[in-house]
Design a protein around this ligand. Structure first.
Ligand SMILES: C[S@@+](CC[C@H](N)C(=O)[O-])C[C@H]1O[C@@H](n2cnc3c(N)ncnc32)[C@H](O)[C@@H]1O
Length: 828
C-alpha cells in the first residue's frame, strides 16, 4: 500500500469530501473513540498488543477501491481481459511526482481474477494519463453494468455458499443486492456452454431423436441447458427491495424473484401439490432452500474505513440491540433450509455479540450441533487471510458494566435483565463441542489484507429442526433461554416436517405462536399486526447508516443510492409502513395459445423446444399491452401457486418483447428486448438472423444511431432482403468475442437496440472510441426523405417520412423502466 501519510493514499487530496449535498463533512470527524477502542481491547478479539495496534491504525486508513467484473463468466472474462491487456501494461511502473504508483491488483482469493483492488488517490487518477484512461474504462463499464463496485470482504459470503445451477437460494436481507448479484451469477454458471451444446443438439436433430421433448413440443429447461435453480432476494424495506431490481437488471435472469418481508417472519411459499396417490388427497408442497444467505442488519463497525460516522456514533447498544433480530433471522433461515443444505450467516461487524453469540444461540435454538453444524472452510479461498471465530467473549451493558456470564446479569437484576439476554453469552463449559465449532467461523480483519472488517459462518443442516414448546426457548445448560425466535409445532404449513417460526417479543419477552392458518397466509392481518408491534424495537444503527464516503477512485458506485432520508430503512419504516405502500402490479402468465404469442412464434420462427408457458404480463387482465416478460418454470410455479395469497412479490421476469410501432404490415409489432435476447437467441429461426463478420461494419452500426441500410456494406444485401422489424444480429468477428445483438430494420435505416450506456461502453472497449454514438446521417436521411416526397408528389403516391423511420427505431434505453431508473445513483 502506498501512502504519503497515515491514512492517506498517494496523491490523495488532504480534504476530500463533498458537502454540496448536505452530507456530513467526514474530515471533521475525529477518528478516535475511546469506548470503541476499549471495547475491542477488552474483548480481546486480537490478543497480541502489537497486532491490535496495527489493526487499530488500519481502521483509520482509507479503504482501497475494489470492484468485480460481473455477468456471465464468458462476458466477465472478456471485459476483464481489456483491463489485463490494455490498461495493466500501461499502469505498470507508473510514477507520480517522482513516486512509484501501484497498478491495480487482482484479489488473490477471488476466482479467475474477476475482482480487483486499487489503492491510489484521486489526484493521481486525475493527473496521470494511464490512470485517467483506467478511470474512463471503469466509469463506462460500471454504467453499462459490467463492473460492480463492491467491498472486497462483502464478496466472500456468496463464494462460500457453493451455489449450483439447480439450487433454490434465499437471500434473506438482500438490499442493495451486491451479494444477490453474485448468487445469480453462480446459479447461471456454465449456462452459456450448456445452452450452446443443447441448441446444437436440438435444433439440428430430427424429431424422433428428441424423445419426450418432441411429444410435448416444449423441452424442459434442463434439456435446453438452462439453469433450473432460483434466487429469491428479500428485504424488509419496501423501497430498498426495489434497489434489488436495479442491481440485478443487467444480469437478465428469469430465475429470480424479489420479495418484501421481515425475514424473521418469512412466509412458507407453496409449490405445486404432489399428485394424489393411493386414494390419498394431493399433498401440498412448500419451497425449501438448498442455500440461504443471512447477511443480517448489523452495527456495521467493520465498515469504519468507509463510514467514518462509526467513529462518532459507535456505542455498545448498537450491537446489543440487534442481537435478537439477528438471531431470529438466522433461526428462520435455518428452518427454511433443506436438510443437507447450507446457510451462510454474515455481518460487517466485529462484535462477538452480533456474530458468534448469534450463531451459538441459533444452533442451540434449533437443537444443537447434531442438527446444525458449523462447516470448516479453512481450506476455501486460499489467499484470504483470516482469523478463527471466538469461543470466549464478554457482554457489556450500555451503561458500561461488563458481564462474564448470564448468572452475573441475573444476580444484578433489572435493568440489566431487561437489556441483556442469556443468548448473548458464550457457550458454557458443557457446550465444549459447540465452542470448538465456533472457531470455524471466519473473522476478516482490516489490517490483514487492507480490507474492511467482516464475519462469516457457514452452517450445514443435518436434520429437521425440532419444535420447541410454544413461547419458550429449547433448554440449554438446564436453563430456558428466551429471546430467540421460538417455534410452534407446524402442521399444514410445514415445509418439510420442520417447524415454523412463531413470533416473539422484541427483546426478551415471548408472545404466542402464530396459528398455522396465520402462518400459511402471509397477508393475514394478525401477521401484519405482529410486524407492526415490532415497531417497539429501537431503530437499528445499521439502518441509520449514512451513504458511503466517496471512494478514492472517482468512478460511479454500481450500488444504487440509499432511499432518501425520510424513507430510510429504519425499523420504523420497515414495520410502520402502511400496508397500502405495497403497490405492485400482478403477475399474469399468458396461455401458450395466446394469439400474440402465436404471432411472435411465427414471425421469429421460435423453436418448439423453447418454453411457451413462461411468458407473463403485469396487469390484472392478463393482456399484453406493452411488455411481455419471461420467467423460468420454477419462478412460474412459485408465482402461480401463491397467487391470491397476498404474498409480497415485488419483481420477477426479464423483459422479452416490447410492443413497437411498425410501418411494414408484415413485421411483428413485438420486438425482442436486449434483456431477453440472450435467453431466446439460440431458439430464433434463421430467417430473422443476420450474420456480421467485419469489424468495420460493427463499428459503423455501433457508432451511427441510424445507419442507412445502403451504407451497411457487408450486410446491405441481407438487410435489403429481410422484412422490416426486429432481427438477431450475430457478430462473428475475428479478435472479438462473439456477440448477439438486437437489430431493428425500418424501411431505410437500421438501429442497434441497445441501452445507450452499453453502446458507449462497447465503443470504448472494442474501438477505443471515447466519443460515443453519433447521428451523422441525419442530413443525408432528410435529403433522402425530401427526394422521396418529391418523387411521390410527382406520382401521387404517399410515402413515409424519415421521422417515422426514426420514431420506429427509438433507442432502446428510452424504454427503461422509469421507476427503476429513478433509484439509480451515479455516485460521481
Ligand atoms: C447488511 S444489509 C444487506 C446487504 C446486502 N446483503 C448486500 O450485499 O448488498 C442489511 C439489509 O437488511 C435489511 N433488513 C433490516 N431488517 C430486516 C429484517 N427484519 N428482515 C429482512 N431484511 C431486513 C435492511 O433493509 C438492509 O437492506
Amino acid at each position: 500500500m502506498t501512502k504519503s501519510k497515515r491514512g492517506k493514499r498517494a496523491g490523495e487530496k488532504k480534504h476530500c469530501h463533498r458537502d454540496n449535498d448536505n452530507r456530513t463533512d467526514y474530515t471533521a470527524i475525529d477518528k478516535d473513540n475511546a469506548k470503541f477502542e476499549a471495547y475491542y481491547r477488552t474483548q480481546g478479539i486480537i490478543p497480541d498488543d502489537e497486532e491490535f495496534q496495527k489493526f487499530w491504525t488500519c481502521l483509520k486508513e482509507t479503504l482501497p477501491t475494489t470492484w468485480r467484473f460481473t455477468g456471465s463468466r464468458g462476458h466477465a472474462v472478456s471485459v476483464r481481459n481489456t483491463l489485463l491487456t490494455r490498461h495493466i501494461p500501461a499502469l505498470t511502473n507508473t510514477t507520480f511526482d517522482g513516486a512509484a504508483i501501484p497498478a491495480p491488483t487482482a484479489l488473490p482469493w477471488y476466482p479467475d481474477q474477476l475482482a480487483w483492488q486499487l489503492t491510489v488517490g484521486k489526484q493521481v487518477i486525475r493527473r496521470s494519463p494511464p490512470f485517467k484512461q483506467l478511470q474512463a474504462f471503469l466509469v463506462s463499464e460500471t454504467s453499462s453494468g459490467n463492473i460492480s463496485r463492491q467491498e472486497a470482504v462483502s464478496m466472500i459470503p456468496p463464494l462460500l455458499m457453493d451455489v449450483e445451477s439447480h439450487h433454490t437460494v434465499l437471500d434473506m436481507c438482500a438490499a442493495p443486492g451486491s451479494k444477490t448479484a453474485q448468487l445469480i451469477e453462480a446459479v447461471h454458471s456454465g449456462e452459456e456452454d450448456r445452452v450452446a451444446e443443447a441448441s446444437k443438439r436440438l435444433n439440428g436433430a430430427s424429431t424422433s431423436e428428441n424423445g419426450t421433448a418432441v411429444e410435448t413440443g416444449e423441452a424442459s429447461e434442463g434439456l435446453l441447458g438452462r439453469s433450473t435453480g432460483i434466487v429469491i432476494a428479500n428485504d424488509a424495506d419496501y423501497k430498498r427491495s426495489h434497489l434489488l431490481i436495479h442491481q440485478t437488471k443487467r444480469l437478465n435472469t428469469p430465475n429470480f424473484i424479489v420479495t418484501n418481508y421481515d425475514a424473521t417472519l418469512y412466509p412458507p411459499l407453496k409449490l405445486s401439490p404432489l399428485p394424489a396417490a393411493d386414494g390419498k388427497p394431493p399433498q401440498q408442497q412448500y419451497l425449501k432452500f438448498d442455500r440461504v444467505l443471512c447477511d443480517v442488519p448489523c452495527s456495521g463497525d467493520g465498515t469504519v474505513r468507509k463510514n467514518p460516522l462509526v467513529w462518532r456514533d459507535w456505542n455498545v447498544g448498537n450491537g446489543n440491540g440487534l442481537w435478537s433480530t439477528q438471531a431470529r433471522i438466522l433461526v428462520r433461515g435455518l428452518q427454511l433450509l433443506k436438510v443437507g443444505g447450507r446457510l451462510v450467516y454474515s455481518t460487517c461487524s466485529l462484535n462477538p455479540v452480533e456474530n458468534e453469540a448469534v450463531v451459538h444461540a441459533a444452533i442451540e435454538r434449533c437443537g444443537g450441533t447434531k442438527v446444525v453444524e458449523i462447516v470448516d472452510v479453512s481450506d476455501r479461498l486460499p489467499g484470504l487471510l483470516r482469523r478463527d471465530g471466538l469461543t470466549k467473549w464478554k457482554v457489556m451493558d450500555r451503561d458500561g458494566t461488563w458481564f462474564e456470564n448470564w448468572e452475573e446479569v441475573r444476580d444484578k437484576g433489572e435493568p440489566y435483565t431487561d437489556r441483556l439476554t442469556r443468548g448473548m453469552f458464550p457457550p458454557e463449559d458443557q457446550d465444549a463441542e459447540l465452542a470448538q465449532m465456533l472457531k470455524r467461523s471466519v473473522r476478516v480483519y482490516p489490517h490483514l489484507q487492507d480490507t474492511g472488517g467482516f464475519f462469516i459462518t457457514v452452517l450445514s443442516k443435518k436434520g429437521p429442526i425440532k419444535a420447541a414448546p410454544e413461547g419458550e426457548k429449547v433448554q440449554t445448560g438446564g436453563q430456558k433461554m428466551k429471546g430467540v425466535g421460538t417455534e410452534g409445532t407446524d402442521t399444514a404449513a410445514a415445509a418439510d416436517q420442520d417447524t415454523t417460526m412463531v413470533e416473539v417479543a422484541p427483546s426478551n419477552g415471548v408472545k404466542r405462536a402464530l396459528t398455522d392458518e396465520e402462518e400459511a397466509d402471509p397477508g393475514s392481518p394478525t401477521k401484519r399486526q405482529k410486524l407492526e408491534e415490532q415497531n417497539l424495537e429501537e431503530p437499528s444503527p445499521e439502518d441509520e447508516k449514512e451513504p458511503d464516503e466517496p471512494a478514492p477512485l472517482d468512478f460511479p458506485s454500481s450500488e444504487p443510492k440509499p432511499a432518501p432520508k425520510e424513507q430510510e430503512n429504519t425499523k420504523e419504516t420497515i414495520h410502520k409502513k402502511p400496508r397500502s405502500n405495497f403497490n405492485e402490479d400482478p403477475f399474469k402468465y399468458l396461455p401458450s395459445t395466446h394469439p400474440v404469442l402465436a404471432t411472435i412464434r411465427q414471425f421469429y420462427d421460435v423453436s418448439r423446444y423453447f418454453p411457451q408457458n413462461n411468458f407473463l404480463v403485469r396487469n390484472a387482465e392478463g393482456i399484453p399491452v406493452r411488455t411481455i416478460y419471461y420467467t423460468s418454470s420454477l419462478a412460474r410455479q412459485i408465482l402461480t401457486e401463491n397467487e391470491g395469497r397476498g404474498v409480497r412479490f415485488v419483481h420477477c421476469g426479464v423483459k422479452m418483447f416490447n410492443k413497437q410501432e411498425v410501418q411494414d404490415p408484415d413485421a411483428c409489432q413485438w420486438r425482442i428486448q436486449s434483456e431477453g435476447l440472450p435467453i431466446i437467441e439460440r431458439w430464433v429461426g434463421e430467417r430473422r438472423v443476420v450474420y456480421l463478420r467485419q469489424k468495420e461494419t460493427l463499428r459503423w452500426l455501433m457508432k451511427e444511431l441510424f445507419p442507412r441500410v445502403e451504407d451497411c456494406g457487408e450486410i446491405k444485401e441481407r438487410m435489403e432482403g429481410i422484412g422490416g422489424g426486429c432481427c438477431v444480429l450475430r457478430v462473428e468477428v475475428e479478435g472479438i468475442d462473439a456477440l448477439v445483438l438486437p437489430l431493428w430494420k425500418s424501411r431505410y435505416t437500421l438501429n442497434l437496440m441497445l441501452p445507450k450506456e452499453e453502446r458507449k461502453a462497447m465503443l470504448l472497449r472494442l474501438f477505443d472510441d471515447t466519443e460515443g454514438p453519433v447521428d451523422s446521417t441525419k442530413a443525408q436521411r432528410e435529403a433522402d426523405a425530401r427526394a422521396r416526397k418529391a418523387a411521390a408528389d410527382a406520382t401521387g403516391n404517399v410515402v413515409d417520412q424519415q421521422e417515422d423511420d426514426i420514431k420506429e427505431a427509438k433507442d432502446e434505453d428510452e424504454d427503461d423502466d422509469e421507476k427503476e431508473d429513478a433509484l439509480v445513483d451515479v455516485d460521481e
